[in-house]
Structures are given as structure tokens and as C-alpha cells.
Ligand binder design. Sequence first.
Ligand code: PNW
Length: 462
Amino acid sequence: MSKEFPKNFVWGSATASYQIEGASREGGRAPSIWDAFCDTPGKVEEGHNGDVACDHYHRFEEDVKMMQSLGLKAYRFSIAWPRIQPDGKGEANQQAIDFYNRLIDCLLEHGIEPWVTLYHWDLPLSLQIEHDGWLNKDMVKYFEKYARICFEAFGDRVKNWITLNEPWCSAVLGYGIGAHAPGRVSADEPYIAAHHLLLSHARAYRIYKTEFAHQGGTIGITNNCDFRYPLTDSTEDRAAAERSLEFFLAWFADPVWKGDYPQVMRQRLGERLPQFSPDERKEILGSSDFFGLNHYSTMMASEPKEGQEQVSDIAGNGGMIDDQNVHLSNDPAWQKTHMGWNIVPEGCRDLLKWIDQRYDHPIIYITENGCACDEPDKESALNDVMRKDFYESYLRGSRNAIEQGVDLRGYFAWSLMDNFEWSFGYKRRFGMCYVDYESLERTPKSSALWFAEAIKQNGENI
Ligand code: PNW
């Protein structure tokens, strides 16, 4: 059996605009829903916000040099919509175009391929205030306009596009449990937000494929999903695990690869689940050149026993728990990251196989994978053996999947550097490079040095 990653395997790392850029009031940027969320008491640990973050806006050249020193082949970052269109719908802000042009050119000069996400959660605040954000179908036309501006400005050099990052998070964390901006708590809104996110994705895909076909790039959507193992071998528990994956991933992936929501969701939700019109179905079916996957963890799933309490502290990891009727639990043998997420590398392999089967052997990219480690000081951070082990074991799981026929073409580690971890503020460190939030100095951790060696050997040290 071959023990190799494919020859042109894409080795990269990833970040997102709000988590690293800072300069929140510079260059014509207007507030996003995350600026407002951070200003809302009790929403983000210690009242942290993205005003300065890693100051990447001013330090991107240094960051690109660091990427080059690690030998990264690709860098996935996101564009801040409220920089490009401060009000979310007007003309493009030239200062923002200039900034991303400088970043893209700098990457290319250093031999690093840009992978650009259009939307990684920083919605222009005015779209939320005026239109209720993703609850409003008008978002499709605003996203279309924004996407067109980006393709026009950057598409001569950017050949890999991701429309949305993790719409599950936008819908469930943003509109279901209120852990993310805009902080809505609702049983029905996640399905509506998700519907409009999917339609917006599909519209951007079609615009790219019709108006920008000459640019010759690829474009897809990135979904997040954790894996589920059935708690026992019973038919009920196996069905619960399958249902859990359907409510998590197939909710977003079935429309794109099969043209509609999963049957089980339609059955359980009835009218609460929006419908695609025949035209919309046509627009969304086949609207991704690759399957972007962000994967972090795994849980056990089982048929809830009578009176068994739904575990609420893991709601973020399950989402729409009442609708699914699935009980989630942990195997006590599993080690946990600083997020409390289980470390289960074989879950990565098995999820890749699940996707391969259900969606008929798509091209897959792991667009995020990584872990937060408890790093109370710089010394412990630089010696991040746990993160190195995490990358190594998940990459081994990934290679296993490749050996079993999965068409996995690349892996992006989350994240290039420590950054603003959403509702956890700067209290969780996901970086392969350490950031000193006083001096803003960056230092590669040992996991980064290990990753650099893995890239050099195309994974033969794994
Ligand atoms: C992803 N969950 O978020 C995001 O794409 C990144 O911006 C983020 O920093 C990274 O993973 C680490 O959290 C997620 O509750 C947030 O299952 C929450 C969940 C999954 C992914």
C-alpha cells in the first residue's frame, strides 16, 4: 500500500480577516456584526475584540515572509466584506482593494498560492441593522455584488475561491444558540439563515462560472463537520449517528451535491425547513468545484433514552439538538484540546470516507484542522508537542483515507498564528506560530517547524 501523499498535495495554513487583521477603523473599514457583538456585554471573554488582533493589516509582509520560511505552498485567508463595501452594498472602497492587492502580490512574490474566502463571518453591520442579515433573502443580491467586486479586482491572480466559511456556524451559533454574532437565539431562524447562505453561495458560484470563466479558477464552499460514532452497534444508535451527520453536514452539502436538503430533515422539520424553488435547485445543484471541509473533533451519538437529558454544554458541537433527537457523549478514553474538543484522528479518516461515499467521490480539501492548547506562557507555547502530535495524527488519518481511495488534495492547518478565537477572545491559542499580544511579535512554535519539515518531505515523515 502506498504511503504517500499525492505529488501536488496542497500544504497550507489558514486565517480569517476578523481574527487577525485589526485596524478595525482604518482604511475605510466600517463595523461588522463581530465588532458590535464584541461590544455587547458578556458575549466575548474579558470583553476582547478585533480592534488590534494580530495587527496583520500592518504586518502582512512580515507574516508572508514567515509563511515562506515555513515552506507553505498555500495560504487561506478571508476578505473583510466591511472593508470592501463599508455599507455592504455600495461601491468598492479603493483602500481595501489596495490592501488585498498588496497582500496577494506579496504572497505570489514569495511563491505562495492565495486561497481566498469571501465570507468568514464579518458581515457589514449595516446589513444586519437594515435587513436582519442572513434572515433576509435580499442578502443573495448583496453577496452577489460583493463577490463580483472581489472576482473583478483579484481574480486575475487568485485562482482558488471559497464562497462561505462554515455556514453551519453562521446559522447555528449565530442564529440558534447566540454564541456568535449576531447573537440571535431561536429554534427556527437557523434554518432560514442557512437557506439564504446557501442561495448566496450558489449565486456567487454561478457569477464566477459565467462572468469570470476566463479567469480559469476553481470555487467551492467550505463546511465544518465533526464525526459521529454510534455509541453501540444497535440499529437505533447507528441511525442516530447517521442522523447527526445529516443534521450537521448534509444540511449544507446535500443541496449542493444532491439538489435538496436531506430527507430526514424534511421529515422531522416539515414546514420549518424552507423549500428551494425549481430554479433555485438548478442554481445550487453542482455549485462547488471541490468539497471544502473544516474538521476538528468527534463525538458518540445514540438514540436518546427516556428522560435522558440533552447535554447543553456541548450544544455548540451538536446544534439543533431537539430537532435531531440525538444524544451526544464522549468516550472517556479520548484526550481533549483546550477547547474541550475530543482528539480522535480516526474520526477524520472516517468522516472523509463518509463524504467520499455520500457525495460520489468529490475532490476534497481539508481547509481547516488544528487544535487549541493550554499555553499560559511563551515557553510552553513554543514547546507545543500536543499540537504537533495532533497535526501528525490527523494527517495520518487523512493519508489513510487517501490510501482507501478518497480524493483528498490538500490540508490547511488552522491556524498560521494565534488569533482572536471568537467568543473566547484571545484566551484560546490555535496558532502554529506564537503571538505575543503585547509586542505583537510572532515566533514559530515547534509544531510549525515540524509542519515545515512535513511539507518539505511531502508528508513522508508522517
Ligand atoms: C472554526 N463548533 O470555527 C472557524 O472556521 C475558525 O474561524 C475558528 O477559529 C476555528 O474553527 C476554531 O474554533 C468553529 O462549535 C467554531 O463545532 C465552532 C465550532 C466549529 C468550528
